[in-house]
Design a protein around this ligand. Structure first.
Ligand code: URA
Length: 199
C-alpha cells in the first residue's frame, strides 16, 4: 500500500474536526480550528483552545495571544509559517473558559493523530492545559509549567526519539510581563536545540 501524503491525512483530520460533535463545544462554534503551519516542521506548538478571533477565522493564535506569539517567534528567527501550530481542544469554549476534562478527553484523539502524522522531533506544549495532556500522553507524569518550561524532556514518541519542550502560554504574558523575558529565553533554547536535532 502506498502511504497517503501528509497533506491528505492532515486535511482529512481538519474535515473531521470541522463536523465533530463529540462534545458540547461544537454547539457554539462558528469554525473549528484544526491547526495550521509547515507540515514538515520539526516542531509542533500546542496551545489550549481557540478564542473568539480563532473561532471567527478558523485559524489558531490570530488574536492578542497570537500577536504575542508571532512577535516572540520572530525575535528568535522563527516565523509561524515555519512551525505547525494547533491546540489541545479544537473548538472555542464559551467565554474562553478553560476546556473541561471531558472536552479534552473527547478532542485529543485529533491532536494525537496530528502529531503521529507530523512526527515532529519537538512537541512544545504552551501553558498548563497543553502541558497536562502532552506530558500525560508521553509518560512524563504531572508537572506545572513554571517548573518545567524551557527545558527539553526526552521521550520516545511513537514515531521516534524526540523531546517535549514546554513553553509559557503567550497569553500568560498579557497578565505578567516578566514572563516575556522567560518566553524569549525558552524559545532561544528551543531554537538552539532544533539546530542540533534537525536533519
Ligand atoms: N489561545 C490558545 O491556546 N489557542 C489559540 O488558538 C488562541 C489563543
Amino acid at each position: 500500500m502506498i502511504p497517503l501524503p501528509r497533506e491528505t491525512l492532515m486535511s482529512d483530520i481538519a474535515n473531521a474536526v470541522g463536523v465533530c460533535e463529540r462534545c458540547r463545544l461544537h454547539e457554539g462554534r462558528i469554525n473549528a480550528v484544526p491547526g495550521e503551519g509547515d507540515l514538515d516542521s520539526p516542531v509542533v506548538l500546542v496551545g489550549e483552545a481557540p478564542g473568539r478571533r480563532e473561532d471567527e477565522s478558523g485559524r489558531p493564535f490570530v488574536g492578542s495571544a497570537g500577536k504575542l506569539l508571532d512577535a516572540a517567534l520572530e525575535q528568535v528567527g522563527l516565523t509561524r509559517s515555519r512551525v505547525y501550530i494547533t491546540n489541545v481542544v479544537k473548538c472555542r469554549p464559551p467565554g474562553n473558559r478553560r476546556p473541561r476534562s471531558d472536552e479534552v478527553a473527547s478532542c485529543t484523539l485529533f491532536l494525537d493523530e496530528q502529531l503521529a502524522i507530523l512526527a515532529p522531533r519537538v512537541v512544545a506544549p504552551m501553558g498548563n492545559s497543553a502541558l497536562r495532556h502532552v506530558f500525560g500522553r508521553f509518560g512524563l507524569g504531572r508537572a506545572v509549567i513554571g517548573e518545567v518550561h524551557g527545558r527539553p524532556h526526552p521521550v520516545a514518541f511513537g514515531w521516534g526519539e524526540g523531546v517535549v519542550f514546554p513553553l509559557y502560554h503567550p497569553a500568560a504574558i498579557l497578565y505578567n510581563r516578566d514572563l516575556e523575558t522567560e518566553l524569549h529565553a525558552d524559545l532561544e533554547a528551543m531554537v538552539a536545540l532544533l539546530g542540533s536535532v534537525s536533519p
